[in-house]
Ligand binder design. Structure first.
Ligand code: NAD
Length: 503
């Protein structure tokens, strides 16, 4: 079979699969075998326009659907997803490569947001003040925005879209999702699930594509907002372009997360967690730990413990139950691996070289084993750039202050963690670091659904974080009504003065 004969992952428009003849496509790989298994359609501006118009047409009826009926659809979606998550996990593993248990984990974290959204009636309530002036009441209420765009990255094909769409839909919006073209099938599967849950056609739309599809959404006059997650340069482009087109926008960018290990820390716990957070999902997590800052004199001992644990890790095809799967594409694997030479040339010690891995999987898979680099100079690109793969850098520092200064010198401020037995040091750490999400003896501090998620600095453009309370504000806009029902006794007659409340 040539790649042109491969099945095409369809768009989802008007509640139906759509595969326009003759349109451009891109290959989708099984990373554990290193072969293309499908192709995905790449939407052009016309197809994006068709998708947005379908969503815009579905919006008014959905907005006016009662809260109780919208809630019932959300509960059905939640039940269907919880019951069939193994099916979705297999789809994720087949295109992303992460191990099945990890795919199930991301669905579980997405489900949390669906569950949060089922409680939306309480979170979109308005306010009422009686008699702000004699006979005058003021009240506010929140309405949905209209058509909202979501653009998601490859690393969480189910969870990241679920950071946004449950709340957006609950609040009465119509969603157009542009998932990553590297693992597009999960989005279509979730669209079909929404339909089964009773969501009207057009309220959840999926268009696949690359930059052209994203730019089509950013410029479309009927798209009210953009929720983007991806690398920092693209997040900046999305933020600036969407804002220029008058849209509300939240754009979450890249990460370079540091874990500070103080000399009083439980080093076994720290080593376990550095390995879990460094190599889980092959390091392709925005909350992965990519730098361990080891405060002397414990660096030698810590590096030895991390190395020992890495040697016990099994790398292989995610369906066979290993600890770590392949990387998402061959190109990405090569880019990540190139940092090993960069770091070595800059003077780092290559303690474990992931290029030597012997995986339990097809030889053509996109493999790179866990890699440990010690004494990485902070001037090296291996330290300054986001690698987004299974490469853990150790930087040795002399003090808490030196470690915090390094964390704060970075341009990215997504997540960080401190490992210590000293509550005072932990408290100082959480106070001083310029980072949005902080773990204390917890390496991947992804907040639960009822706290919003987002980093500082160039890890988040815009002022609204994902899910949690901020999502209900992002996906609605408020109206304030000042109301007087006249009766002859309170009629004030002609008065050109500015309205005041002290009457
Ligand atoms: P990416 O920036 O390459 O792609 C993200 C999305 O943008 C995809 O849908 C892609 O099709 C689209 N895109 C790519 N280039 C574009 C361009 N020039 N113009 C417009 N759209 C474009 O990111 P990725 O490789 O899919 O994902 C990994 C990145 O995402 C990492 O940097 C990671 O840190 C980041 N990420 C951040 C968070 C967070 O919460 N901050 C969460 C997950 C991933």
């Amino acid at each position: 079979m040539t790649t042109t004969d491969l099945p095409v992952v369809p768009h989802w428009v008007d509640g139906a699969r759509l595969t326009p003849a003759g349109s451009a496509t891109a290959p989708v790989f099984d990373p554990a075998r290193g072969v293309a298994t499908r192709r995905v359609g790449l939407a052009d501006a016309d197809l994006v326009d068709r998708a947005v118009r379908s969503a815009a047409a579905a919006f008014p009826a959905w907005r006016d659907t009662s809260i109780a009926k919208r809630q019932a659809v959300l509960f059905r979606f939640r039940e269907l997803l919880a019951g069939r998550k193994d099916e979705l996990a297999r789809i994720i593993t087949a295109e992303h490569g992460k191990v099945l248990s990890d795919a199930a984990g991301e669905i579980q974290r997405g489900l949390e947001v669906v569950e949060l959204a089922t409680g939306f009636p309480h979170l979109v309530k308005g306010e009422f003040s009686e008699n702000v002036s004699t006979g005058i009441d003021v009240y506010s209420f929140k309405q949905p925005l209209g058509v909202v765009g979501i653009v998601s990255p490859f690393n969480f094909p189910a969870m990241v879209p679920m950071w946004f769409f449950p709340v957006a839909i609950a609040a009465g919006n119509a969603v157009v999702l542009k998932p990553s073209e590297k693992d597009p099938s999960a989005a279509v599967w979730m669209a079909e699930l929404w339909q089964e849950a009773g969501l009207p056609d057009g309220v959840f739309t999926v268009v696949h594509g690359d930059r052209a599809a994203v730019d089509g959404l950013l410029a479309h006059p009927d798209v009210a907002s953009i929720s983007f997650v991806g690398s920092t340069p693209v997040a900046r482009h999305v933020y600036e372009t969407a804002a220029r087109h008058g849209k509300r926008v939240q754009a979450l960018g890249g990460a370079k997360n540091h874990m500070l290990v103080l000399p009083d820390a439980d080093l076994d716990l720290a080593a376990d967690q550095a390995v879990n957070a460094g190599f889980g999902s092959a390091g392709e997590r925005c909350m992965a730990i990519s730098v361990v800052l080891a405060v002397e004199p414990v660096a030698d001992e810590l590096v030895a413990k991390v190395r020992e644990r890495i040697e016990g890790l099994r790398v292989g095809d995610g369906t066979r139950g290993p600890d770590m799967g392949p990387l998402v594409t061959g190109e990405h694997r090569d880019r990540v691996a190139s940092y090993i030479d960069v770091a070595a040339a800059d003077g780092a010690k290559v303690v474990v070289d992931g290029r030597d891995v012997r995986p339990d999987g097809d030889a053509d898979g996109f493999w790179l084993g866990p890699t440990l680099l010690d004494d990485v100079p902070t001037t090296s690109r291996a330290y300054t750039e986001e690698i987004f793969g299974p490469v853990l850098c150790v930087v040795r520092v002399k003090s808490f202050d030196e470690g915090v200064a390094l964390i704060n010198a970075g341009e990215l401020g997504n997540g960080t963690a401190v490992f210590t037995a000293d509550g005072g040091a932990a408290r100082r750490f959480q106070n001083e670091v310029e980072v949005g999400m902080i773990g204390v003896n917890v390496p991947i501090p992804v907040p639960v659904a009822y706290y919003s998620f987002g980093g500082w600095k160039q890890s988040l453009f815009g002022d609204a974080r994902a899910y949690g309370p901020q999502a209900f504000d992002f996906f609605t806009r408020a109206k304030a009504v000042t109301s007087r029902w006249l009766d002859p006794a309170t009629h004030g007659g002609v008065d050109l003065g500015f309205p005041r409340n002290d009457g």
